[in-house]
Design a protein around this ligand. Structure first.
Ligand code: MN
Length: 334
C-alpha cells in the first residue's frame, strides 16, 4: 500500500534509548490509531497505529495500517497505482477479500486471507495493489518492516507463504514470520521478527511463550483483548517492552476475538521515513523522491496496471523533526 497522506511528515524513528523520558507506569502502552483516507471521494480509510508520536518502531516493524471490514460496494475498495518503496519490506495480510499485486520484479500475485505476501524493496521497487472484482468485503492489515543497514540496498524480492493454523490454549495462531507456538515461518527476515494472526475463543485465556529479547505489539482486529492485564479495543495497538518470557492474552468478550501479534528486538538503528521511503537521512529521501519523479531504473516499472503511476507528494517545507521511541515500560522477566 502507499502512504496516501497528501502532506506526509518526515519522521526520524528510533528504538528505545537509555536517555528517554520516564516510562509509563503500566507495563502495556496503548497506542490509538489515527484515520488516514486512502484517497478518492468515497475512499476507504485506514487506521494507522505505527508510526506515531508515542512510538515509531516495534522491533523492525515501522508501519501498521488496519482497514475494514469495508463494504467495497460503498467505497470502491482499494486501487493503489504503481508507487515506489525503499529500505523496507511490505507485509500484506488479509482477513477477507482479495488484492491483485503487481510489482517491478515481475511478480503478479493474488493476496488472499491467511496468506503471507512479503515484498522486499531493497534499494528500490514499485508495485500496484487493486482489490479484485469478486471482493465484497475488504479487511486486513498492511505492515512495513525496516531493513537494517547491512541489507537495505539488497535486491527486490517477493515471497508467498500459507501458514498452517496451530493450536494454542483457547485459540489458534497463524505464524507468518518468525516462531510462535511451536511453528516457524520458512520466510527469512533480515532481523529477528515475529508476525502472527491470533484468534481466541470467547472468554478464552492463552499464555504464549515469548522471546525475552523481543518487544511486542498486539493489534486488535475484533473483540476486546487483555494484553498482560491491559484491555485493548479494536484497532488499538498494545505495546510491551522486552524482558518477558510469556505473554498472556484474554478474550474479554462472548464472541471470537482476533489480533495480529508483532515482535522483534528493539531496532538498533535510527531511520528516516517519508511517504513510502525508509532511509537514513533527509538527503536520501530527497534523492529517492527525485528518482521516482524521473522514472529512474531504481524502481523499475509495473506491467499490467490500468492507469498512471502515483506522483510523489511535495516534500515538507519544515525541516525533519527528530522523533524518539520512549523507553519500554518497566517490567522484569516473568
Ligand atoms: Mn506499497
Amino acid at each position: 500500500m502507499s502512504n496516501t497522506e497528501t502532506q506526509p511528515a518526515e519522521l526520524r524513528c528510533r528504538a528505545s534509548l537509555p536517555d528517554g523520558p520516564e516510562p509509563p507506569a503500566s507495563r502495556v502502552e496503548v497506542l490509538s490509531p489515527r484515520r488516514v483516507p486512502l484517497g478518492g471521494p468515497r475512499a476507504m480509510t485506514v487506521r494507522r497505529t505505527l508510526p506515531q508520536r508515542a512510538r515509531t518502531l516495534i522491533g523492525a516493524w515501522c508501519f501498521a495500517d488496519h482497514y475494514g471490514p469495508d463494504d467495497v460496494a460503498g467505497t470502491g475498495g482499494m486501487d493503489v497505482p504503481p508507487h515506489p518503496h525503499t529500505g523496507l519490506q511490505t507485509v500484506s495480510w488479509l482477513f477477507s477479500g482479495e488484492i491483485e499485486h503487481r510489482d517491478s520484479l515481475g511478480s503478479h500475485a493474488l493476496v488472499r486471507p491467511g496468506e503471507l505476501n512479503l515484498m522486499t524493496s531493497g534499494h528500490g521497487i514499485s508495485h500496484s495493489e487493486v482489490s479484485t472484482a469478486r471482493t465484497t468485503v475488504l479487511h486486513g492489515v498492511q505492515l512495513w518492516v525496516a531493513l537494517p543497514e547491512r541489507h537495505r540496498h539488497t535486491g527486490r524480492d517477493f515471497r508467498h507463504h500459507v501458514p498452517r493454523p496451530v493450536r494454542v490454549d483457547g485459540g489458534e495462531a497463524r505464524v507468518f514470520l518468525g516462531s510462535l507456538a511451536g511453528d516457524t515461518s520458512p520466510v527469512p527476515a533480515f532481523t529477528p521478527l515475529l508476525g502472527a494472526e491470533l484468534t481466541l475463543e470467547p472468554r478464552a485465556t492463552t499464555t504464549l511463550t515469548t522471546d525475552a529479547g523481543f518487544e511486542h505489539g498486539l493489534l486488535v482486529d475484533r473483540g476486546r483483548i487483555g494484553m498482560a492485564g491491559t484491555l485493548l479495543h479494536p484497532a488499538e495497538l498494545g505495546y510491551r517492552g522486552p524482558g518477558h518470557r510469556t505473554l498472556t492474552l484474554t478474550n474479554e468478550t462472548d464472541a471470537p476475538a482476533r489480533a495480529v501479534l508483532l515482535g522483534g528486538p528493539p531496532f538498533g538503528e535510527q531511520i528516516v521515513m517519508w511517504w513510502n521511503f525508509v532511509g537514513r537521512s533527509h538527503e536520501e529521501i530527497v534523492r529517492a523522491r527525485q528518482e521516482w519523479q524521473d522514472a529512474s531504473d531504481r524502481f523499475g516499472g509495473v506491467e499490467g496496471y490500468d492507469g498512471d503511476r502515483l506522483p510523489a507528494p511535495a516534500l515538507p517545507n519544515a525541516v525533519l523533526t527528530p522523533r524518539r521511541n520512549p523507553a519500554p515500560p518497566p517490567g522484569g522477566t516473568r
